[in-house]
Design a protein around this ligand. Structure first.
Ligand code: TYD
Length: 327
């Protein structure tokens, strides 16, 4: 794995920084800035900071000592990066975004412990966002302008608001028919791009006594369940099921209310809004899935092909990508 700031360390030494543009009004005290980087007016960078190659550091940016920036990072004007901030490659930080390192700041008292805030590769931080100390913004995640981030942000999640909530996942919207609500769907259900995932129409029988839907093994159900579980009473703010399974098949039916399911095979992502008991979603193994946007009355039935086995779970997105060979 490449360490951030690796290239920056090569430029350590005295004299001119090799191939770095420093505006005459910038105050640059570090010698660790990679080639191709540009530092604009009134930026102030302290001696301990390390910046990778091809960075763009805007006007009025302040970078403290214990700060490391990777390659191709853009930091727009007015941003302040305090001790403990780690910014990986290809990150964009919008104007006046604020990163913090102390939960309980008190006048001249130094924090007992400076908390590390990490912005992973390819993430985007919108203008004026505030990131609380000690958090990690996942790879490729997108933090909307003005968002106040109070929890770690998963890879590729889009968060907005105060406090930040997941409102979607990047690249999901490229699938034209998704996210799709299924309650009013015609007989033809949309195909999904995530490998092996499929929506199944469940027969519906309605008479004067009410409605009945059915799932039978080898007809609607693509595997023989050995277990069921039910998810309900999920506060709308909660995200569940952020994991993949190595071997387990699941079949999801939203019996009441609605819930969004994001599926990711490491290459393609789909988002499906399950909002009817007449459609089941087959989630085969080796798919990363996230359940979110549960309605208050949502009742989710999950049929599983095996009993509960903790070792079948992959709970880290990067490990998942490696497992499916997409890294
Ligand atoms: P988990 O699968 O982590 O939920 P989610 O990924 O949706 O947030 O399950 C929560 C807890 O419930 C966890 O401690 C494991 C336990 N659990 C079982 O013991 N058996 C089961 O069949 C399931 C689904 C979960």
């Amino acid at each position: 794995m490449k360490h951030i700031g690796q290239d920056a360390s090569k430029t350590t030494g005295s004299g001119e920084l090799a191939d770095v543009f420093v505006h005459p009004q910038a105050l640059v005290e570090t010698r660790r800035i990679g080639p191709g980087s540009r530092i604009w007016a009134f930026a102030h960078i302290l001696p301990g900071a390390a910046i990778g190659r091809d960075a763009n550091i805007g006007d009025h940016v302040f970078i403290e000592n214990d700060v490391v920036l990777g390659d191709r990072v853009t930091v727009k004007g007015g941003v302040q990066l305090w001790d403990g901030v780690r910014i990986e490659d290809d990150v964009f930080i919008g104007p006046n975004a604020t990163l913090t390192n102390d939960h309980f700041s008190r006048g001249k008292l130094r924090p007992v412990q400076v908390l590390e805030t990490r912005i992973r590769e390819g993430a985007t931080i919108g203008a004026n966002a505030s990131i609380l100390p000690g958090l990690t913004i996942g790879r490729g995640a997108m933090v909307g302008a003005g968002t106040v981030v109070t929890h770690d942000v998963p890879s590729n999640a889009i968060v907005t608001g105060n406090p930040a909530r997941i409102v979607g996942y990047v690249d999901v919207l490229k699938v034209p028919q998704h996210p799709v609500g299924l309650a009013g769907a015609e007989k033809e259900l949309p195909g999904l791009r995530a490998k092996g995932a499929r929506l199944h129409r469940l027969p519906l029988i309605v008479d004067l006594r009410g409605a009945l839907t059915i799932g039978e093994i080898q007809k609607e159900l693509p595997f023989t369940p050995k277990r069921f579980f039910v998810i309900y009473n999920v506060p709308n703010t909660e995200v569940r099921g952020e994991h993949a399974h190595k071997e387990l098949h699941e079949f999801l039916v939203c019996l009441k209310g609605s819930c969004s399911i994001m599926l990711d095979d490491g290459e393609y992502r789909d988002e499906v809004v399950l909002d009817t008991p007449t459609v089941g979603l087959h989630v085969p193994p080796k798919l990363w899935r996230v359940h979110y946007k549960y309605s208050a009355d949502a009742l989710m039935l999950v049929l599983a092909s095996d009993i509960y086995k903790a070792e079948d779970y992959i709970r880290d997105y990067q490990q998942f990508k490696e497992y499916v060979g997409k890294r």
